[in-house]
Design a protein around this ligand. Sequence first.
Ligand SMILES: Cc1ncc(COP(=O)(O)O)c(C=O)c1O
Length: 367
Amino acid sequence: MSRPVTPRADVALIAGYHSPQLDVEVRLNTNESPEPPPDGFTTALAGALGDVAWNRYPDRAATELRARIAAFHGVEPAQVFCANGSNEVLQSVLLAYGGPGRRALVWEPTYALHSHIAHVVGTGVVVEERAADFTIDPERAVQRVGEVRPDVAFLCSPNNPTGTEDPAATTEAVVAAATSAGTLVVADEAYGQFASSSALDLIADDVPLVVSRTYSKTWSLAALRLGYLIGPSWVVEDLDRVALPYRVDAVKQLAGVLALDHVDDMESRVARVVGERERIVGALGSLGVDQWPSGANYLLFRPRSQDGSPGSVERGDEVWQGLVDRSVLVRNCSGWPRLGGCLRVTVGTPAENDRFIEALADLVGTP
Ligand SMILES: Cc1ncc(COP(=O)(O)O)c(C=O)c1O
């Protein structure tokens, strides 16, 4: 069929971003929380829905939600920007600070959506490589920020898909270089609560740094699609210029506020996930795989070849398929640049993790 209309030439070349959704018993491929939010939250939300003025647009400024998020982080409501998932936060940043003639800097391998959204909004992408252990070399990063002078630089800690945490010194060095280069640093902390450090302490009105967070992971609310950014109030003003009005619907605003009534519950859930993560690390240690340290709710690992030599793309694909055949779905990163042969597993419930470990042991054995 001939097409009477075509998209922008560069959009026609972009592959959509999709994580396969297969029908399996154990789904450990999208870094969601294995546990639902507490009953107290769902009951309170169900009750509050009766008071929604459905015929009216919601509070455009999401006043209460931003006030509660601000109080949770000890910042001002004017420093909080909310959107439909942190992906939309990142998109808003790139709409305001990226665009034609502008550039974003990323350190690969990292979260694919940083460069994907940049491409979609017509922003040039400059790629720097992480070291062999997937850390960012701070000296080289400072040098490159000074040379490239990007409009936006994306940090991601813990980094998806490697799990790597940026030490505070790296973040501080990049932010200092960004200040001289006229660069806005985005610290993507979608998994921030699983990690031991955060860039939130560096937020100030004279520092070009924003931190993006999400309700999708630690708050067990991936279905809600709510994310936010903490940053200088002038960034929030700029984002409000490009973001769609009324984007944060009434249900999201209510749910986002009510979730914050259950901080203790969230923290104990996070502690359970971290405990299970360390249990999986221990189990992988005695199997025929290589793995990397993770500060998140997932682990990157690479099955070794059958003769014990380092893994390969074919071996990664084979083990991924073997897990699917045993009804366990993990993320197949095996064909991704720099990640040949690697798989990423999300920490699930203890029973799900047992299923994963048993299936993997069956496939890779001990070294
Ligand atoms: C590093 C990172 N940032 C952002 C997101 C987007 O999260 P959401 O749009 O659900 O808030 C994800 C989701 O997996 C992620 O891994």
